[in-house]
Design a protein around this ligand. Structure first.
Ligand code: 13P
Length: 250
């Protein structure tokens, strides 16, 4: 399986800043493109088209950070899959923990987003992960199972193979500098693979599972070497092209 290294810029960067970062990244990578690595930038909606334009002649893909599960309609402030495709983006995040926990998105709503985005021709990175409270209450497996079941149960194997990636991001490791231990990552990623196997059968082995949460150039290669880790979803350390390019080459 190829390794997917994704940047989540969250609510950072104007159009000009996003374009500059994207161009800097392409020029840092272009003379010696890392083998077996795919690169993806989740840009804010307002900078989506500008980012896509900046990487248009490169293998870098672009995604949006959220999507609404309808083609169009009276949904003030929301953005449809068609609008995202129209900006030149091909991916979306669904269920990032900041949306689940700050904006109150339920597993069922995240599931509707993932299904509709896939049907509409976007690839989907479904984010899952437990809070510290849930981990301490021994609820890791039930949380991951609920989040995965609600999103993946209704999907066909073909749709999953064509466009689904999972990102395991323990909420307590996001933006805290507190990276999960190798044992924690191994355990959670094996759990995710098993749960996917129960839902999807043999298709589960082909779906990429990324790790996210305080990934830095210094810890990226050790995390990528772990079983069932097929890529990284990077927040803070993806905001600067130099640091993100080091992670891509890790
Ligand atoms: P940090 O890399 O800043 O911890 O963020 C992780 C994340 O939320 C990526 O989606």
């Amino acid at each position: 399986m190829r390794t997917l290294i994704a940047a989540n810029w969250k609510m950072f960067k104007t159009r000009a800043e996003a374009q500059q970062t994207a161009r800097d990244l392409v020029s840092l990578l272009q003379n010696d493109w890392p083998q077996e690595r795919d690169v993806l930038l989740f840009a804010p909606f307002t900078a989506l088209a500008a980012t896509a334009e900046a990487v248009a002649d490169s293998p870098v893909a672009v995604g949006a950070q959220d999507v609404y599960p309808a083609a169009e309609g009276a949904f003030t402030g929301e953005v449809s899959p068609g609008m995202i495709l129209d900006c030149g983006a091909s991916w979306v995040l669904a269920g990032h923990s900041e949306r689940r926990h700050i904006l109150g998105e339920s597993p069922a709503f995240v599931g509707r987003k993932a299904a509709f985005a896939l049907e509409s021709g976007l690839s989907v990175m479904l984010c899952i992960g437990e809070t510290l409270e849930e981990r301490e209450a021994d609820k890791l497996e039930i949380v991951l199972r609920t989040q995965l079941e609600q999103a993946v149960r209704g999907l066909s194997a073909e749709a999953c193979l064509k466009g689904l990636a999972i990102a395991y991001e323990p909420v307590w490791a996001i933006g805290t500098g507190k990276v999960a231990s190798e044992a924690d990552i191994l355990e959670a990623h094996a759990m995710v693979r098993n749960i996917l196997g129960v839902i999807l059968g043999s298709t589960a082995g082909s779906l990429p599972i990324l790790y996210g949460g305080s990934v830095k150039p210094e810890n990226a290669s050790a995390i990528l070497a772990l079983d069932n880790v097929n890529g990284l979803l990077v927040g803070g350390a993806s905001l600067r092209a130099e640091s993100f390019s080091k992670i891509i080459r890790a």
